[in-house]
Design a protein around this ligand. Structure first.
Ligand SMILES: C[S@@+](CC[C@H](N)C(=O)[O-])C[C@H]1O[C@@H](n2cnc3c(N)ncnc32)[C@H](O)[C@@H]1O
Length: 341
């Protein structure tokens, strides 16, 4: 065999190997976000030596991860060896309204990656391994470990900044009345909903620790909101016109979703609407961002992303009827439900 003639590249091997190593892209992205590279480039490009000194890292190793990230258009190196922000890298800055830094840190956190590394066990048993690793179900663990809870709440708020205004704009809310955001986190969606609908008032409903970091206390919403701690398996504020549940049902298996929906149903009047805001995933193999999240829900929470028929069945079991699915232009849709006749 002639070892000097390169053999034809095998595109399948290259593709599969790159796919198999994609966790290294994720680790490089997390590292860049953690050490704050994008913040240090906010005022202009810098050489790696300078970046390494500013971030307290090894110059050689830093160059190697930036070089990898640049292959995915996160940072760009010029011909003098200086690194620049790109539109993707901009979103890693910590100090901009559209920052996704906290979302990246949440998505690459141990609490997601360790259970994902044991996906095979989940697939064999049909159960998440989260409790086995962390000694408690996900939300109990977040309550027990305040720093993990904080990181998750900041991460969710960061994910939500990219979709809250689109969701609020996509639905024709009533002109007057009350909206309860059930499991509303730090209040990003309620904030955008109230800004867009000046006749509405809002109640942000979540676990006590989450509400302590809420973002509703701003002059433009003065007098139009309250926060109420509680457990959505037990009760929700009654008599509201709209119940929002954004990225709630996907956290739970069917039987728990039905319990949450029944609690909401008990608080609803004949004219109330419930809006489940989640991925509505196609059941075939069409790509959809919810399909990776679906596996995250499997490994971390025993939850799942669902298709329209699955939402219809859950609603029916809870005494609700699916009215329609409203796309929002983001990864999530609004699945509207009313009290069944
Ligand atoms: C995936 S996050 C979604 C947050 C927010 N709706 C959003 O889209 O950014 C799920 C939320 O449900 C809340 N949650 C979990 N269990 C709860 C319970 N039993 N009662 C009330 N809220 C709960 C969590 O604290 C968290 O804020």
């Amino acid at each position: 065999m002639d070892h000097t003639t390169p053999s034809a590249p095998d595109p399948l091997a290259a593709h599969l190997t790159d796919y198999a190593l994609s966790y290294l892209h994720s680790a490089a992205l997390r590292t860049a976000a953690r050490i704050g590279v994008a913040d240090h480039l906010a005022d202009g490009p810098r050489g790696v030596g300078e970046l390494a000194a500013l971030t307290g890292t090894s110059e050689g190793h830093l160059r190697r991860i930036l070089r990898l990230l640049a292959t995915k258009d996160v940072f760009r190196e010029d011909d003098k060896g200086a690194f620049h922000l790109t539109p993707l890298a901009e979103r890693l800055r910590s100090d901009t309204p559209s920052s996704l830094r906290e979302a990246v840190l949440m998505a690459t956190d141990d609490s997601f990656t360790r259970p994902a590394a044991r996906l095979e066990d989940s697939v064999r048993t049909g159960r998440s391994v989260f409790d086995e690793i962390y000694g408690a179900p996900f939300f109990e663990y977040l309550s027990r470990e305040p720093s993990a809870g904080e990181a998750f709440d900041r991460g969710m708020a960061s994910v939500s900044t990219g979709e809250d205004d689109e969701v609020a704009a996509a639905y024709a809310f009533p002109e007057k009345g009350t909206v309860v955001d059930v499991g509303g986190g730090r209040g990003g969606l309620l904030h955008r909903t109230l800004v867009r609908n000046p006749g509405l008032t809002g109640i942000l409903y979540d676990r006590d620790a989450v509400l302590r970091g809420h973002s509703l206390d701003v002059p433009e919403l003065a007098g139009r909101w309250e926060v109420r701690p509680g457990d959505f398996f037990t009760s929700v504020p009654a008599g509201a016109d709209v119940y929002l549940l954004k990225r709630i049902l996907h956290d739970w298996p069917d039987e728990d979703c039905v319990r949450i929906l029944r609690t909401c149903r008990a608080g609803m009047t004949a004219g109330s609407r419930l809006l489940a805001v989640d991925s509505v995933i196609p059941q075939d193999n069409t790509p959809h961002p919810g399909k990776a999240l679906d596996v995250l829900m499997m490994t971390t929470l025993n939850g799942q992303e669902r298709g329209e028929e699955e939402f219809r069945r859950l609603f029916a079991e809870a005494g609700l009827r699916l009215v329609r699915v409203v796309p929002t232009g983001t990864a999530v849709s609004i699945v509207e439900a009313a009290v069944a006749a």
